[in-house]
Design a protein around this ligand. Structure first.
Ligand code: SIN
Ligand code: CO
Length: 373
């Protein structure tokens, strides 16, 4: 993607300008971000998806008795009648199920794939919404159908109402308000308070991002290091020929504490291992993602295309695909990086791959991670 080309999607800003001025900093309202936007997912499609096993969805009802929330699966019969006001249901990861939604998400790849999470689609009846709240992640809220009134503000007080099944701000104070029409879009940085209320029937697509939490990342990487550490640090036993006799037996020997620190430092000494664990973690498919594997040999000579569910990334030394890492260099690295960036390669590019790389692609085709063009 040319990051210096102005985009209607960003209200005439280039991706570079958007990232500099707005990303993680301040909201952006874009009128007509996608002119003539015709959503490829209708209410019936969304209802069907919400009822499927393994699809994450929520039903939120703003009733006279307060907020109510139900989690997936949400079969059609569990939804209130369409004539009832003030309810909404939200379906996560619709990009995993619809090519059109996945294609739209590609327009946001001026942000690294490692940060892009999923497309959530909500349907609401008149007055429906999830209440005033904040999200921890960046989000682009695209109005797909009908109208929604957004009120947004930089609430300093992020405390939540107690005893409510969802996160509702205790003291929401809106600073700005706008009604979005189909094709309009609102970008919000993390922790920016917002409340979107449907004006009549409405559907909203949320392009959501993810950011690894420090503790979660540390746990993942350290667990990975622990699995690998037998190779790295060996299975040496702690030895203490110099240990003197002790009169305080409960005290942990300083030398043992030093040994512990030393083995952890040794395990961390291998930056390549850390990089490959990070890539494997970031390219891990989402829960409930199943690929359609095949026994048949694929003819990939006309070029290949990644499956929409496949996550493929790279760093200077590795290619990562669906949680697996491969050390690559030379021409293979150039072509496979292109496959990750463009989510496909042409016949010409396929042809110049080494026999080993072609074999890997064949394996990935059998696993259902990619297919022939
Ligand atoms: C929605 O109701 O579609 C948007 C949810 C949100 O505000 O994050
Ligand atoms: Co939100």
């Amino acid at each position: 993607m040319n990051t210096d080309q102005p985009l209607a999607l960003l209200g005439g800003l280039t991706p570079s300008q958007f990232m500099k001025r707005h990303w993680q900093k301040k909201p952006l309202l874009v009128r007509n971000a996608i002119p003539g936007f015709v959503p490829c997912v209708g209410r019936a499609d969304l209802v069907a998806l919400a009822g499927e096993e393994g699809v994450e969805s929520r039903l939120i009802v703003d009733s006279p008795k307060g907020w109510k929330m139900k989690h997936s699966p949400l079969p059609k019969r569990s939804l209130p009648p369409l004539s009832q006001k003030k309810w909404t249901f939200l379906v996560q990861g619709v990009d995993l199920h619809h090519d059109g939604v996945h294609a739209l998400m590609q327009q946001f790849r001026f942000v690294p794939d490692a940060r892009l999470d999923d497309v959530m689609i909500s349907y609401a009846t008149d007055g429906g919404g999830v209440g005033p709240h904040f999200d921890s992640y960046d989000v682009f809220l695209l109005q797909a159908h009908g109208q929604r009134r957004w009120r947004i503000g930089r609430n300093k007080d992020l405390s939540l109402q107690p005893g409510v099944p969802l996160k509702i701000l205790r003291n929401f104070e809106a600073e700005e308000e706008f009604v979005l029409n189909p094709g309009d879009m609102l970008y919000l940085p993390p922790k920016y308070a917002h409340d979107g209320v449907a004006e009549g029937e409405c559907m909203t697509w949320s392009m959501g991002f993810r950011a690894p939490r420090a503790g979660e990342l540390a746990r993942e990487l350290l667990l990975g290091l622990a699995d690998e550490s037998f190779e790295g640090v060996g299975d040496d036993l702690y030895r203490d020929p110099q240990q003197a006799a002790v009169s305080s037996p409960a005290a942990i020997p300083t030398a043992l504490a030093g040994f512990a620190r030393q083995v952890v430092e040794k395990a961390l000494e291998n930056p390549q291992l850390l990089d490959s664990l990070l890539g494997e973690y970031l390219s891990e498919p989402k829960a409930h993602v199943w690929f359609d594997s095949t026994q048949a040999e694929s003819d990939l000579s006309e070029g290949v295309q990644l499956d929409r569910r496949t996550k493929m990334m790279y760093d200077a030394k590795h290619i990562f695909i669906n949680g697996e890492s491969f050390k690559v260099g030379g021409r293979d690295a150039i072509v496979l990086r292109q496959l990750a960036d463009d989510r496909g390669i042409s016949a010409q590019k396929y042809k110049i791959l080494s026999a080993d790389a072609k074999e890997a692609l064949q394996d990935w085709a059998s696993a259902g991670w990619l297919r022939a063009c």
